[in-house]
Each structure stands twice: as C-alpha cells, then as structure tokens.
Ligand binder design. Structure first.
Ligand code: GLY
Length: 569
C-alpha cells in the first residue's frame, strides 16, 4: 500500500474505530466487590455478568461477553474474526495464553497483495482490506469453545444464551456502531445481510441470520462453523468475493496454547501476549528500557513521557525486522530482551532531545541455522474477574470496521490479512511497516498488536487490562497500567487521562485531541524535538483494578472513548 493511502485510512480509523466521544458515558466506571466485567458495550458486559450470576466463572463470562460483543458491535469483533485470551486460574495461579488468531488460507502466497490495480470505491479498499482475499480463516469460534471447555464450568449452550437473546430480540444501536456504519454505508449496502441493517443510533437491530448460527453453535460447538452448512456458506461467500479460503482451511484451523510473555518491571510481574502479537513484546521491552532510563519510581511529567516515547522506538523497529508467525519463523525474543541490549537502548535516551527511530536500531547477529524455519510450523477488549479470583483478559477482532465488509453464513468476515505485510517495507492500515517474515503464506498467522495483559503483585493479580485500536493498543495499555500502578491514579482517572502514541515510523508523536495534554507538557515535548501531530484518540482501554486489602474491591472501567459500561456484583 502506498504511504498516502495508508495515511488516509489511518485518519479514518483514528476518528472511528479508536473511539468517538469521551465524557459522554457517565456510567463508564463502577466498583464491585464480588465479580466484574469491563467491555466496550454495556449489553456485552451485562451478558458476562449474567453468566457469573448463573454460576459461571471468568472463562464462561468472557466467552459470553465475546459472543455478545459480536452481536452488538459487528464492526469490531465476532465469530468471523479471531483473538487472544490470557487466563489466570486462581486454583493453581497458572497463566495460559490461547491464540485463536485468524490464519491465512493455504493457497496464500508472499506476493498475493503486492500489486496495484483498480480499487472499488470507499474507504479501506486495498485487496488485503476489502473483499474475499482479505479474509483470514476465522479463529473466534474455536477460541470461544476452547476457553469454555478448558477453563469454564458451564455448557456452551448456557454461555451462548445471552448473545442469542440479543440477536433474536434485538438491541439498541450504539453511537460507536452508528458512526462506523455511517462511514462504511455504501460498502455495507452491497451485502445481502448488512444492507438490511438500520444502523441509526438508537434504532433496534435484530440479527436473525446470526441467531441461526448462534443456535447451531450452542448445540454443536465450533464444528458447525468449521465443517457444516455454515462453513460451506462462508467459503462460498469468500470465493464469490474473489477469495481463496476453502473448507479444508476451515477444517484444519487449530487454536494454539502458548506460553505468555512476561517480565518483572517497576516492582510488578507483567504477563502479556507472546508472538504472533508484537504488542506484548513492545510493552515488556518498553517497560524494561524505561526502568533503566528513569529509575524504579518515576513521577508523571515531561521527562517520563519523553522517555516513554523514546522507549517505544526500538521495539517497533524489532517488530519490523523480526516478527512473524512463531509457528513458521524463529523469533529471537530472549536475544531481543537481553539485559545488555535493554541497557544500550536505555543509555541512548537523552532527557533533552528526541532521537530519530533509526538511532535505536540494533540488529541481532544470527547464524543461518537460527534463521531457519522451525519444524512445526475492528477489535474489542474485555476483562473479567470472578468471585474465585480467576481473571480473563481477552482481545478479539475482525480488524478494520466490519472486517472485509461482507458476510458469509450470516457472519461478518474479518480482513485480518491486512495485518500481513503486502510487500517488504509496505505499511498496513495502521502504518505498521512489515518485514519479510510477516509476508502472507500458507496457514500463517499475521503479526498483531493485541496485548491482553494481567499484572501481578507477588502471587496476586492486581490488574486486568487491554485495548482495541490497531497499533495504538499497546501504547495505550501501557500508559493506563502505569497510571494505575506507578502514578496511583484511580482506575477511572487512569483510563480517561490523556494518552500519546509513537510507533517509530512515522516519526510523529500523536497526542489526543479528545483528551488533550496540558500545554506545558506539549511545550516540553516539543522542546525535546518531538514532531507532534493530533489524533482523535489513542485506542480504547478496558481495565479492572483488583484491590485485595483491606477490602476486596474491583474497580472496573470501560473506556468512555468507545462508550462501554462495566457490569458486575
Ligand atoms: N487487527 C488488529 C491487531 O491484531 O493488531
């Protein structure tokens, strides 16, 4: 994709996906004593809370919330997408990461998007973003089933019930969904299902074709989507739109269980997403660099914000150079996080001036064998804490709004293929530049920024956190977590506080117009040489802070930037 096209899409995205208004959702924060759900839609949080009240645990409630999100905000996530779940089990203090990211159809090739041609009208219209080739094999149905079967205690049909009710009886179209529907209206009009939707804010929308899928999923599980009539309809729709996904691709889809990435920094244990996410890695490396550069107890102010921006530049370069599907390329994570390398990057951080990102580039020396292939080869975040202390941190996505902007088998299909590099050095919709290791290939998972995170103090989880919003997911997640854990902000204040974003390339520091930094902070950053540009908002964060003493308190916050609301007991 050319840079100018990418920037246009980024701007559309900045205004839409990443959020709409702040301060318009007075109920966006709440304190509970037993259990809590924070998602970016009130009805979805309520679905999770209903399941908790019915005896479900955090896994059941997270699955119910995901399913409900897919009904009430089809622009952001759903059964046609995929995601990551990080699960803390209180029984044995274990942390498990489920990767149900979409993967490329088997017939995918490195050059499948490396061509320019006539484009259909409307926004986000590259081959990897709109239409059949954009669709990765969905992982969400298998991911939800795995979460419930491995960690839940209710049957799938009970977990599906709240979402099914929303689909059958209808729900009120939110401000966020209405705004996204407005921008993509002409493209949605082309689809037989989405063209029937009234997406005006406040309208009641029923989703009868999705209700049919949910009923089948409740009874028979993911196999009905990966094998049966629904799968056949999905494949037929993808192929009709010029795609290459087959029934074999669907049947062969597998959830991967991975070891979460973790680091100790600022007195806490940060547990987060491993590859194929680069988000968790970016946060972990940034925290380690920051700790070296500013000490263990930094106060909020221009020096810290400046150092944070500098700390993001190196990890985003590592992402470009090294990241790909961990099942298909070896990732030198330990080498990239070596203490000496962290120290070298921290030593480069000058308090009085910004460095160009290239100053932080530190290639790793590898032998040919280390580079060899190993043998085996629109987004929403939610947090759940249950009464037993289990925690689920889940990020789920169809990538750009309404995914590839068509449905198959009644399901909105993702356009996750845009998270691959269309060519070496080409930028995606979020201006993330991809390297050779992230070119498309058979059954490959594209690199992600999604960073579902749980932070522990000693043995106890103290924060469940994550975000939606493309490349800004990780920088937003990190800032809010630091606000809570280092700067003693209340969870609500921490989420609503102004945020900044830098991803190495472009060499621009984005600051929110929705929640503006003070002019004193802006001046201090400008004086250090940062090229500052406005952005509507930096992602949407959901968080639950877990206070254990003197009384158990769950501070649940849904980012008002997207209009969500938490629920619980
Ligand atoms: N599609 C957004 C992400 O995975 O980062």
């Amino acid at each position: 994709m050319t840079r100018s096209v990418s920037i246009v899409i980024w701007c559309i995205w900045a205004v839409l996906i990443a959020g709409l208004t702040v301060g318009s959702a007075p109920d966006h924060a709440a304190v509970f004593t037993r259990d809590a759900v924070a998602s970016d839609h009130a009805a979805a949080s309520q679905a999770g809370a209903e399941i908790l009240a019915a005896g479900g645990n955090a896994a059941d409630a997270a699955a119910a919330t995901m399913l409900a999100l897919g009904v009430v905000n089809p622009a952001s996530s759903g059964l046609g997408g995929g995601g990551f779940a990080l699960y803390y089990s209180a029984e044995d203090a274990s942390l498990t990461f489920l990767d149900f990211r979409e993967r490329a159809p088997r017939a995918s090739t490195r050059t499948m998007f490396d061509r320019e041609g006539p484009r259909p009208p409307g926004p986000a219209n590259a081959l990897s973003q709109l239409g059949g080739l954009a669709v990765g094999v969905p992982g969400e149905p298998a991911g939800i089933e795995a979460l419930v079967q491995r960690f839940g205690r209710l049957s799938l049909d009970k977990v599906v019930a709240p979402a099914l009710r929303l689909a059958e009886q209808g729900f009120v179209v939110s401000e966020a969904l209405a705004a996204m529907g407005n921008v993509f209206e002409a493209q949605l009009r082309e689809d037989p299902v989405m063209s029937t939707w009234n997406l005006e804010e406040g309208a009641t929308l029923k989703r009868s074709s999705l209700a049919r899928v949910l009923r089948a999923f409740a009874q028979k599980g993911a196999a009905v989507i990966y094998g049966g009539v629904i799968g056949q309809e999905m494949v037929a729709a993808v192929q009709r739109h010029g795609g290459i996904m087959t029934l074999d691709d669907l049947r062969a889809y597998r959830v991967r269980t991975r070891k979460p990435l973790e680091a100790t920094a600022f007195g806490h244990r940060w547990v987060t997403a491993p590859p194929p996410s680069a988000g968790g890695f970016t946060m972990v490396q940034s925290l380690l660099i920051l700790q070296e550069a500013v000490g263990e107890d930094p106060s909020y102010g221009p020096s810290l914000l400046h150092a944070m921006v500098e700390s993001w530049k190196g990890p985003f370069l590592d992402r470009q150079r090294y990241f790909g599907d961990p099942d298909q390329v070896i990732l030198p994570i330990a080498r990239m996080l070596e203490a000496s390398r962290i120290r070298r990057r921290a030593d480069l951080v000058d308090d009085d001036r910004a460095h160009p990102a290239s100053d932080y580039d530190m290639p790793i020396e590898w032998t040919r064998n280390q580079l060899a292939t190993p043998d085996d080869a629109g987004t929403s975040h939610l947090c759940v804490v249950d009464g037993e202390g289990n925690v689920a941190s889940v990020t789920t996505t169809v990538n750009l709004p309404f995914g590839a902007r068509f449905t198959g088998g009644g399901i909105v299909l993702n356009d996750e293929m845009d998270d691959f590099a269309s060519a070496v050095g080409a930028a995606n919709a979020f201006e993330l530049v991809g390297g050779a290791r992230n070119l498309p290939g058979p059954w490959k998972r594209p690199v992600s920024t999604m960073s579902p995170t749980i932070v522990l103090s000693g043995e106890k989880p103290v924060l469940c956190i994550g975000a939606s919003g493309g490349s800004r997911i990780v920088t937003a997640t990190q800032q809010v977590a630091m606000n809570i854990l280092l700067h003693d902000m209340q969870a609500d204040e921490a989420v609503t506080a102004p945020r900044i974003h830098h991803q190495g390339f472009p060499e621009t520091l984005r600051v929110e117009t929705l929640a503006p930094l003070s002019s004193a902070l802006l001046d201090a950053l400008r004086e250090r040489g940062h090229d500052i540009a406005p952005i509507h908002n930096v992602a949407n964060v959901q968080a639950i802070e877990i206070e254990h003493a003197p009384t158990r308190m769950l501070h649940a916050v849904s980012d008002p930037r997207k209009g969500g609301r938490p629920a619980g007991h």
